[in-house]
Design a protein around this ligand. Structure first.
Ligand code: PDD
Length: 276
């Protein structure tokens, strides 16, 4: 497969990245992951808007109009003949002699790749388990930053103990997952952390909130505590790659009956209808 480098599709062995690229040295950049279903980019506009918003928040100027960038993503999927998979794309502030402040002369560097990957149908059916881990990240989690150490350390701890995801919390308050958003359902009401600086406002999250409207599931964008999480009737997470993923236990404690809940199933069905 070809990779993306500054607007061109090239062979990976021809890629040259400076050792002083600020993405490499500082994590000074942002990224997106866009799902491809049946050869089409899903919610491409929303992902592209967020890519530009994240860049803007860290003062990186993307050297293309959104339309040109969208066409680039479209062509990328075409050239690599991706049917089911995703596109990963990132932009860094570019290469310059190492000093913390922005370089006066640096050209942003865009790289990306595609990957063919099936939907996680087995986990979507059975549900997964997760573990509470303290959210030690910075206070701008709304930016889809390349700096993912807080997320990486949390996911690793969960993974080593056999859990699929880390449920991050600041003190008692649940924020989101290490690479997903979190939701609880109690007495027919859906609860999820509001889209503040403490979470990434997931594109899948926005689709789910729309689906709740259609299905007349009332929504409270209100943070809930760890204790409340454990008392939910149903619990699930969402992301571009995990879709609507049931969480059937947190730590060693079952949620509800310890199987995917009824409203979670309804949302999964509605989500599946959207992607077809
Ligand atoms: N992660 N919160 C965090 C911290 C994330 O990293 C992600 C996505 C989400 C869900 O966002 P979306 O629904 O737009 O994918 C929430 C991507 C998939 C990743 O890093 O691979």
């Amino acid at each position: 497969d070809l990779i993306l480098h500054n607007g061109e599709f090239i062979q990976e062995e021809n890629l040259v990245i400076s050792k002083e690229d600020r993405g490499y040295q500082f994590g000074d950049g942002i990224y997106e992951v866009i799902r491809v279903y049946d050869g089409s980019l899903f919610t491409a506009k929303e992902h592209i808007d967020r890519f530009y918003d994240s860049a803007d928040k860290i003062k990186i100027v993307i050297p293309y109009t959104k339309d040109v960038f969208h066409k680039m993503m479209y062509d990328f999927v075409e050239v690599n003949k991706i049917d089911m998979g995703y596109v990963y794309v990132q932009i860094t502030r570019g290469a310059a002699e190492r000093q913390h402040q922005f370089p006066t002369q640096a050209t942003p560097v865009i790289t990306g790749n595609t990957k063919s990957v099936a939907r996680p149908v087995a986990s979507l059916e059975s549900g997964v388990t997760a573990k509470f881990i303290e959210d030690i990240r910075w206070l701008r989690c709304d930016i889809k930053s390349l700096n993912l150490l807080g997320n990486v350390l949390a996911k690793q701890e969960a993974y080593e103990e056999g859990f699929f995801e880390a449920i991050l919390h600041r003190g008692e308050t649940v924020t989101e997952g290490s690479s997903s958003n979190m939701y609880g359902l109690k007495n027919g009401m859906l609860y999820t952390h509001p889209a503040t600086n403490l979470i990434l406002n997931g594109i899948t999250r926005r689709v789910i909130l729309e689906l709740c409207k259609e299905l007349e599931i009332p929504v409270e964008e209100t943070a809930f505590t760890k204790t409340q999480a454990l008392q939910m009737d149903e619990f699930f997470m969402s992301s571009t790659t995990s879709e609507v993923m049931p969480i059937i236990a947190i730590g060693d404690q079952k949620i509800g009956q310890g199987v995917p809940g009824e409203l979670t199933r309804k949302l999964q069905t509605a989500f599946q209808a959207r992607i077809q």
